[in-house]
Every structure is written in structure tokens, then in C-alpha cells.
Design a protein around this ligand. Structure first.
Ligand code: DX5
Ligand code: ZN
Length: 221
């Protein structure tokens, strides 16, 4: 495997009124990128923030790699504003999208990388036909919508299958991932690790980030 281990904290459970400072702290503590959870209250039963907030954050944090995890019914609607807000990786769910190839192309044309996400109930084979156009695939390890849920180990066969068939692919996991569950993810083949509460709530964020990266590196060598 020649993929790189990267840790991307999710700021969902951080103090959102203090987003820039919380984000900067995570970066100073070694985060490789920021995972920004965008929810529309339709695709998932929760509401977070949109492109105005991401743009404001970008004004304060100039260089970090931003991923937006679009838990929205119409990802095509937010491509331009998110590109304008300085997003680097636009990850959207394939479930509500009729023409995934077309939306992926629009994301690329807007200058962003493409991430394709699947919910726990979606088969990894449904993703297979789009892997060639994706820069990253995201296997959800909780039902999207809320931070702080329990990790679903039964999603690991999806990660294993992807890694076996696509050795060079960036495979991301998201939901309930922390020091206790990282080994399982890394062993299955995930190399991009989203972690919310386990990192944000840690007394020593740098230690938790380092620890998780070390475990992933053990398997990506
Ligand atoms: C869930 C979000 C996740 C979540 C991660 O809908 O996509 O990014 O906030 O948080 P933890 O690690 O607490 O599950
Ligand atoms: Zn997420």
C-alpha cells in the first residue's frame, strides 16, 4: 500500500461559536486536514452549517486542507459556493444522487477533489462503478447525522473489499473512530481517518492524533 495516513478531525462536536480557534488548535496539534460536516435537515435529521460559515473559516485559516462532508439531498446545489469558499475536497453521498458521474465532473470542474460517501445501509458494490472518478471514498461507520455515536465494526468488510481491489485508493472512515477503534479501521485498510469527539474532547489532542496516525502508518507501509 502506498497511500498516506491522514487524520482529519471533525469539528461537529467542537464549540461552533469558536470555530476558527477550535480548528486552528486541531491543526496546531497535528491534524492533517479538517473534516467539515454539512447537514441539510433532509438527507439527515440534523442541521449544521453551510458555505457562508466555511468561507468565514477559510478567511481565518488560509492554507489547511478542507473537506466538506455533504450530508445533503442535493449536493449539486452547493458545488459552486463551496468551491468559492475554498473547499479542497467535496465529499457527497451517492444515495440521493441520480447521476453521480455528472455531479463528480462538476465538482472537478469547480476545482475541487471528489469524495464519494456511502451510508451503513449502502452496499460497497454500489460505489464500485464510480471509484475511477473518485479521489476519496468514504465508508460511514455510523448512521450520518450526529457525532458521538458508536462505531459499527460490521462496516469493515466494505473497507477490506475496497483496499483489496484498489490498493492505491484513499479510503476514509467516519463515525465513532478513536484510539479504541483505530486498529480495526487501519487493519481493514482505511488511511484517511475522521475523528470527532475522540479528538475534540481529548485532554491532549496532539497525543490522540499522533497515536492514531502511528497505528494507520503501521498498516500503510
Ligand atoms: C456524522 C459525521 C461525523 C461525526 C464524527 O454524521 O459525519 O463526521 O461528526 O464524529 P464522531 O467521531 O464523534 O463519531
Ligand atoms: Zn462526517
Amino acid at each position: 500500500m502506498s497511500v498516506k495516513a491522514k487524520i482529519g478531525p471533525s469539528i461537529l462536536n467542537a464549540d461552533l461559536s469558536n470555530l476558527a480557534a477550535e480548528s486552528q488548535k486541531l491543526l496546531d496539534n497535528g491534524a492533517d486536514y479538517l473534516h467539515l460536516d454539512v447537514m441539510d435537515g433532509t438527507f439527515v435529521p440534523n442541521l449544521t452549517f453551510g458555505h457562508p460559515m466555511v468561507k468565514s473559516l477559510r478567511n481565518k485559516i488560509k492554507t489547511a486542507f478542507f473537506e466538506t462532508h455533504m450530508m445533503v439531498q442535493k449536493p449539486q446545489q452547493w458545488i459552486e459556493p463551496m468551491a468559492d469558499a475554498g473547499v479542497n475536497l467535496y465529499t457527497f453521498h451517492i444515495e440521493p444522487v441520480e447521476d453521480v458521474t455528472k455531479v463528480s465532473r462538476l465538482v472537478q470542474e469547480a476545482g475541487m477533489k471528489v469524495g464519494l460517501a456511502i451510508k451503513p445501509g449502502t452496499k460497497v458494490q454500489d460505489l464500485e462503478k464510480y471509484v475511477s472518478i473518485a479521489d476519496v471514498v468514504l465508508v460511514m461507520t455510523v448512521e450520518p447525522g450526529f457525532g458521538g455515536q458508536s462505531f459499527m465494526e460490521e462496516m469493515m468488510p466494505k473497507v477490506e473489499w475496497l483496499r483489496k481491489n484498489y490498493p492505491g485508493l484513499d479510503i476514509e472512515v467516519d463515525g465513532g473512530v478513536g484510539p479504541k477503534t483505530i486498529e480495526c479501521c487501519a487493519k481493514a485498510g482505511a488511511n484517511m481517518i475522521v475523528s470527532g469527539t475522540a479528538v475534540v474532547g481529548a485532554a491532549d489532542q496532539a497525543q490522540v492524533i499522533r497515536e492514531m496516525r502511528d497505528v494507520v502508518q503501521k498498516y500503510t507501509k
